[in-house]
Design a protein around this ligand. Structure first.
Ligand code: ADP
Ligand code: MN
Ligand code: MN
Ligand code: MN
Length: 335
């Protein structure tokens, strides 16, 4: 028996970590995490170690069936440890693990909307070679070959995520041509962040087949074109319970006090996106409001109507690290 196990981990790129992966052949079926061996890699090639002491460890923490190679094969998400077994400085998951455990009684849920932009070569997929496409308007949730670029890849990605057992709540075409979104959750903090990293990996991996690259850049095209965010929807047990709207408002007041600490971990280059235009609030302002897509935090209409539910933090950029964002939100709301 040969099982192909694709080990996936986050590299050490300073501004925006990316998933890396490599394959290990296992000679036994895998039914639980504990049957997956630890492994290692060359950290000097991923900005995680120096050449003279290059080994880093891969510790499996979550796995799914592999929708690309077939479900008997697996995708294995890993935490990175130093050679001596200590948590590596790039391992942001370890911190979320600690925070999630400490505040487990909040029963936090996250639903993350991942926007992204497909590229072919140096321009967004669907952008003509010399001129710009027609102005924004018809593309969001659009249909028809005049509006939509890359649906084949997007559909294949959705199918792959579902086959891998990821909790995807939906997909949609976005405001700029070639721009799309999928949503992960609602799930607990580690589940949401782990699944987001697997879903991102699957998207980039499937793009290889089409010669399409995926940009998580917050502002892929300057000018009158929407940026790409990762709206992070959040609730605690008390927010979801009857009358939870008061908890939602209290959380918004706490988030206001920690605005800068949040922006610091909400993604590199986010200042190019959070301009106060294109459905964003300025990066140096904090505002929340019901149904307000120009606010930092939007209280969704359903939450206002039900007097309970969740809030939407609209600030995180598409390239944010969900481990850091979820940890920051929990810590602020628990404070
Ligand atoms: P938008 O109107 O902002 O585009 P979406 O439908 O794209 O909204 O995304 C809404 C997200 O909110 C989904 O990821 C969903 O899983 C998440 N969500 C729904 N209910 C909750 C909740 N109680 N707590 C946290 N997230 C939630
Ligand atoms: Mn959305
Ligand atoms: Mn969106
Ligand atoms: Mn949203």
């Amino acid at each position: 028996m040969m099982i192909k196990a694709e080990y996936i981990w986050l590299d050490g790129q300073k501004l925006t970590a990316q998933a890396r992966s490599k394959t290990k052949i296992l000679h036994h079926a895998v039914r639980s995490l504990y049957e997956i061996p630890e492994w290692g890699f060359d950290g000097s090639s991923t900005m995680q170690a120096e050449g003279h002491a290059s080994d880093c460890q891969l510790k499996p923490v979550f796995f799914t069936g592999d929708p690309i190679r077939g479900e008997e094969h697996i995708l294995v998400l890993c935490e990175v440890l130093q050679a001596d077994g200590q948590i590596h400085s790039s391992n942001t998951r370890a911190r979320l693990r600690t925070v999630a455990e400490k505040y487990a009684s909040l029963e936090s849920w996250f639903g993350i909307e991942q926007e992204y932009t497909l590229f072919r070569g140096d321009r967004p997929f669907g952008f003509p070679e010399v001129v710009f496409p027609g102005p924004q308007g018809p593309y969001y949730c659009g249909v028809g070959a005049e509006n939509i670029y890359g649906r084949e890849l997007v559909e294949e990605h959705l199918e792959a995520c579902l086959r891998a057992g990821l909790v995807i709540s939906g997909i949609n075409a976005e405001v700029m041509p070639g721009q799309w979104e999928f949503q992960v959750g609602p799930l607990g903090p580690l589940g949401a962040a782990d699944q987001m990293w697997i879903a991102r990996w699957l998207l980039r991996r499937l793009g290889e087949k089409y010669g399409i690259t995926v940009s998580f850049g917050p502002k892929p095209v300057t000018g009158d074109w929407n940026g790409a965010g990762a709206h992070t929807n959040f609730s605690t047990r008390r927010m979801r319970d009857t009358g939870g709207i008061e908890e939602v408002r209290a959380a918004c007041e706490k988030l206001k006090l920690k605005h800068n600490e949040h922006i610091a971990v909400y993604g590199a280059g986010n200042e190019l996106r959070l301009t106060g235009k294109h459905e964003t609030a300025r990066i140096d302002e904090f505002r929340y409001g019901v149904s307000d897509r120009g606010a930092s935090i939007r209280i969704p209409m359903v939450t206002a109507n039900n007097h309970a539910g969740y809030l939407e933090d609209r600030r995180p950029a598409a390239n944010m690290d969900p481990y850091q964002v979820c940890a920051r939100i929990i810590e602020t709301v628990a404070s």
